[in-house]
Design a protein around this ligand. Structure first.
Ligand code: CO8
Length: 243
């Protein structure tokens, strides 16, 4: 699946909805046993959640948006398919989350590309299921520090901390993903799927059992004046960086 929402593959409500529908179709297709997730945008895997969806909208909109974010995560993290992230560019916040949901991560070996959960840098807080997804991959200590600092790891550092599994030259990202996929597909599906579910179910159940409370939390957090202000300041900084 090649994500294509120019310029930066931000995860808007429309994009998330289409993503989840597509994933569900693939999930139900018995002929599809694996998914390579990558980006059609040069230099950017995904800029994460579309910040404009979290600014100046109604509480109802925020609730709908957050439900779509949850749905994307539940589908991708809970997928029965072999999932491989072919990370061909930068991958902050929600982009990093998508990559972390996959079974294996291959990143372009370019120190200009960075990956991480940088929420605190925006003055917002990564929810518990973002935190759990990361800590299931790199452990509690690395997650605690990275989340507090809102750290973005350049590709070589991401490899060092286990945030990605492999770095390859940019032009080899897709072909490497295909050969890793071929290896993973040699394992019988039922045994691999049960094992994956055993490893992840506790984490997904935590959100499934708290979905409405999590939405309520998000809405009450994001509608605070101080948080709206932080997001506006961050967007302004992004714009000024370009000038
Ligand atoms: N949402 C909306 N618009 C964005 C986003 C985004 N996440 N990222 C970039 N844009 C916009 C820019 O403002 C710019 O718009 P314009 O052309 O109108 O000025 C356009 O996309 C292109 O961006 P850049 O010029 O910055 O492109 P570059 O190629 O130089 O850089 C990057 C690309 C590296 C992706 C850079 O844009 C960047 O760092 N973006 C910010 C990414 C980010 O911080 N995302 C965090 C989103 S929050 C999230 O995912 C989780 C939230 C969890 C919620 C917590 C509960 C409260």
């Amino acid at each position: 699946m090649k994500m294509k929402n120019p310029p930066v593959n931000s995860l808007s409500l429309d994009f998330l909805t289409e993503f989840s529908i597509t994933l569900e179709k693939l999930e139900m297709d018995r002929g599809c046993r694996g998914l390579i997730l990558t980006s059609a945008s040069p230099k950017i895997f995904s800029a994460g959640l579309d910040i404009m969806e979290m600014c100046g909208k109604s509480a109802e909109h925020y609730g709908e948006f957050w439900r779509a974010v949850q749905e994307m995560w539940l589908k991708l993290y809970g997928s029965n398919m072999v999932t491989i992230a072919a990370i061909n560019g930068s991958s902050p916040a929600g982009g990093c989350l998508m990559a972390l949901c996959c079974d294996y991560r291959i990143m372009a070996d370019n120190p200009k590309y960075a990956i991480g959960l940088n929420e605190t840098q925006l003055g917002i807080v990564a929810p518990f299921w973002f935190k759990d997804t990361m800590s299931n991959v790199v452990g509690n200590r690395v997650t605690e520090q990275a989340l507090q600092l809102g750290q973005m790891f350049p590709a070589p550092e991401a490899l060092k901390f286990g945030l990605v599994d492999q770095l390859v030259p940019e032009e080899k990202v897709q072909s490497t993903a295909a050969s890793v996929m071929a290896q993973w597909l040699t394992v019988p599906d039922h045994a691999r799927q049960i094992t994956k579910s055993m490893m992840r179910k506790q984490t997904t159940d935590k959100l499934v059992n708290n979905r409405e409370a999590d939405i309520k939390n998000f809405v009450s957090f994001i509608t605070r004046d101080s948080i709206q202000k932080s997001l506006q300041v961050y967007m302004e900084r992004l714009r000024q960086r370009k000038q």
